[in-house]
Each structure stands twice: as C-alpha cells, then as structure tokens.
Design a binder for this molecule. Structure first.
Ligand SMILES: [Zn+2]
Ligand SMILES: [Zn+2]
Length: 494
C-alpha cells in the first residue's frame, strides 16, 4: 500500500509539460573595434521541458541595428572557447524560432531539452552608436504557432525546374577523370530557399557530380543530408559550412556529422581566425575563402592575405566586376610563386523559379576537378593541388590544357624543363564561335586566339627563362568570362 502511495505522489510531483512564458529586455552596446561581436543572454530551462520558443524584437533604426540569432543549450560551459551545447543559428532570417524534441526551426537541431542555463547568442552584425534595446520572449513547453507554420511550409515546399540533362559527364584523362560540381549553396537551413531535396534533385539532373551544402554557421542540415544523400547514387554530397564572420566568409566541406567550425571571429582578428583554421586542419579538411572582394557588408576578407587558405572562390555567381577584382588579386599572388587554388561556385540561395527574384541555377559557375574517383578525400586533395578549372555553367563545353615537355603535365601540375622551351596545348570544345582564348603567364598575355570553330585546338611553344605559371582564360566577345583554369607551373633547371 505504501509503495502505491509513494508511486502516486511521485506521479503528481512529476511536472506536467506546463507552458510558461517569460520576457526580458537587454541592452546591447555597440561593440568596440576588436571586441567580441557576440552577446550572450542566459535563461533558465526547467526540468522535463519538451520544447521552447524564442522571439526577439528591437528597433532596426533603418538598418543601423542588425542582430543575428543563435542558441546554446544548458551544456554551454564558457563563452567563445568551444561550441559545447550549440543548438543552431538563424542569422537575421527569423524573429521567432522553436526547438523541440522531434523538430526545430530550420537552422536548429531538434532533440533533448536539457534543464539548466541556456543562452541566446546575438551576433552583432550592426549595432547603432547608442546601442540597441532587445526584447526577448521565451516560451517553455510551447511551440510558437507562426514558427511552427513557417517550419512546416518550408518542409513541404516543392519546385518545378527544368531538367537539362540526366547523367554524368565525365572526361577521362589517363587514370584520372574530370568531375564537375558546385561547392557553395544555401537551403532553408540558413538563408536560402532551397529544400535539401530540391537542391540534390537539381544537382543530379543538371550535370553535377558533387555538391557542397554550405549553410551559414550551423550543422542542423547534416541529419537530412545524411538521410537523403544515399538516394543519389552518382552525386557526391558534402556536409558543408560557410563559416560566416563579420569580417569575411570561408567554406569548409566534408565535415563529420554534427561538427561545426567556430565562426565567432571578430573582423581582422587573425589570431582567432587561425584557431578556426586549425580546427579545419585537425579534421583533415581544407579551407576555401569565399567571394573575397564582394561588396556586401562584412563579405569581403578582413584577415589580411589569402595565403593561409587552400583555395579561393574568385568566381561567385554570374561573372561581374567583383570577380574581375578577385581574379586580378589572385593573379598577383601567383606572380611571386604563391599557389592557391581558384574555384568558382553559384552561392545559390534559391532555385531558378519565377517565385524567387534571387533564384539562380546551381553550377553557375561550375568547378571541374580532376581525380581518380568521385570521393570526398579525392575531391579535397585535388582542389588543394590545383587540378581545377571553372566554367560559366554546367553545360557540356570543355576546356583542355596541358604542357608537353618530357612528359605530359596537366592543370595543377608542375613541369621541369631543361632546355628552356616547352609546348602548351589547349583546346576549346563547344564554346561559342567568336570567343577569345588567352594564355597568361606571370601577369602577361602570351597568346590570344579567337575561337573560329566550335571545336578549336591550339599549340604554342614558348621558351621559359625563369620559373613561371601558365593559365588559360576563355572570354566571350565582350569580355565576359566563360572559363578559366588554374595554372600549370614550369620550373627551370639551371
Ligand atoms: Zn558568403
Ligand atoms: Zn554563401
């Protein structure tokens, strides 16, 4: 009987998932230069909570205040030293988010709701001189209706888009082959409007062999990627992160599930950046600088030279003057002998459908990578070693470029020459007639030819006096980039 009574009492002591709401207003001062750009607000979560919702509100003052949102759960142990307890990030996209055991707003990870002290983390993209007052509302055991509807709507979204060509377009070069893909795209999990499924469908149906899904500062997309990727037999799917600081962005691909590279780096804080890059190295991955010369606030690179990165995205979306600036800077780095691989990516945020003004196709531009097989390790190694060229889209135009000295040397390779002369061979296939192909070495144009036939091949023997790089560009009649290669390096033996 006593046993029964104790059990009965315990049943009543067990708190029912009771809804409670509390609000607080915090004052966020404008951060000083070199100060942390992250502001943490603690809140308590009771035992046996099943879900929570967080809303925040502040006066945007015409864009003078822009605060990003993220959440740490009770496992958070110290500010800015590790990512323990990180539950996700929504940037400036959402005013209200929810996290529950079985689902969460896109950008956040569903699961246990541990009791204890959680943190709201505000990313201080912009704060007005006089600071910002932020009203935070937290609901425990209640999923905000609007946030739930938003989540369900995003989840159910489908798109109709054209299928250009099914199948894989592979050009063999000896034991290696060229594969093509796009390494930079965003879904509902950060600030994009693709679903994971639509993104993978689009890639698979439009000649792409690999796709990097690079959300801003979150790993919440890993679970769905892991679930869907096995359905795409000929597509290599990479768990990516666009490490988004307020002083520049870089991409990391192939992260282990649930791994996040720390993005809490203040602009120009190169020492702190090094820590995040060290994290990338420990995982045997590579770091690729994104849109280094882009003009959007905080998009251009504030961490000095590019040499600490393995690759740089000199071509982001449709070719424009910002890409031209990035290309120029990259070429200037090559001249003193620095090797950093150029890549290109769409940075697509939405499918190319009429519904979205910012929609753009994946593969514009497309990065071509030469490797033995379509596998993550091979892909990253090939990018690091420069076996890469870029084309404006994923259609079947093809560029061939190799040097023939004692042996054949392809893009990314090094040729050693003895007698001072080396022959370069290049071919442009299915590029528009009237386009111009140039061979560039140490900042100078060595050869310029108009493409007169749909398939054109060229050869040029050049004498090389000192170590040099040679690379190819194809531009249309008005100078817009159609394709470019990474260099072949020539070393002279004296
Ligand atoms: Zn970016
Ligand atoms: Zn991006």
């Amino acid at each position: 009987m006593l046993k029964f009574i104790v059990g009965f009492v315990l049943l009543f002591l067990q708190p029912v998932a009771q809804a409670q709401t509390f609000e607080k207003t915090v004052f966020v001062p404008q951060p000083k230069e070199n100060e942390s750009r992250y502001f943490y607000v603690p809140f308590e979560v009771p035992r046996n909570a099943k879900s929570l919702s967080i809303s925040y509100e502040y006066d945007k003052k015409g864009g003078a205040n822009v605060l990003d949102l993220g959440v740490f759960d009770a496992r958070f142990d110290a500010a800015e030293t590790n990512l323990k307890g990180f539950r996700g990030w929504s940037g400036g996209r959402r005013n209200t988010i929810f996290i529950a055991e079985d689902s969460a707003s896109h950008g956040y990870v569903a699961g246990d709701i541990p009791a204890g002290s959680w943190r709201v983390i505000f990313g201080l993209y912009k704060v007005a001189l006089e600071g910002a007052e932020v009203k935070i509302k937290i609901k425990i055991n209640e999923i905000d209706r609007a946030a739930r509807v938003e989540y369900e709507t995003e989840k159910a979204k489908t798109f109709d888009f054209p299928v250009n060509r099914e199948g894989v377009f592979i050009v063999p070069v000896g034991s290696l082959r060229w594969y093509q893909g796009d390494l930079h795209a965003h879904t509902f999990y950060s600030d994009g409007n693709w679903t994971i499924k639509s993104l993978l469908d689009y890639a698979a149906r439009n000649n792409l062999d690999f796709i990097g899904v690079t959300e801003h500062n979150t790993f919440a997309h890993h679970a769905e990627l892991n679930r869907l990727a096995p359905q795409y037999k000929n597509l290599l799917v990479l768990r990516g992160e666009e490490v988004t600081t307020y002083g520049g962005h870089f991409n990391v691909w192939g992260l282990p599930t649930g791994e996040l590279i720390d993005f809490r780096v203040a602009p120009q804080d190169t020492a702190r950046l090094e820590k995040s890059i060290a994290q990338v190295r420990r995982l045997n991955l590579i770091a690729s600088l994104n849109h280094p010369t882009a003009l959007c606030g905080g998009c251009d690179w504030s961490y000095g030279d590019w040499t600490r990165m393995d690759a740089v995205e000199i071509w982001n979306g449709a070719w424009d003057f910002q890409d031209e600036a990035a290309l120029k800077k990259w070429d200037e780095l090559l001249q003193p002998g620095i090797r950093i691989t150029a890549i290109g990516s769409s940075d697509s945020h939405a499918p190319p459908v009429s519904e979205y003004k910012n929609g753009s196709p994946l593969g514009t531009p497309t990065t071509h990578v030469k490797m033995k097989k379509l596998a993550q390790k091979d892909l990253l190694a090939a990018i690091k070693s420069g076996r890469v060229w870029i084309s404006a889209d994923s259609a079947d135009s093809n560029l061939e470029f190799f040097a023939s000295g004692e042996t054949r040397v392809d893009i990314g390779g090094s040729a050693t020459i003895l007698n001072g002369a080396i022959r370069f061979n290049f071919g442009a296939y299915k590029f528009p007639v009237g386009a111009v192909i140039t061979l560039i070495s140490n900042g100078k144009v060595m050869l310029k030819e108009e493409i007169k036939e749909i398939n054109s091949v060229f050869a040029k023997e050049l004498s090389v006096e000192k170590d040099a790089y040679f690379r190819i560009e194809v531009r249309d009649a008005i100078g817009k980039m159609l394709a470019l290669t990474n260099p072949i390096y020539v070393q002279t033996k004296r």
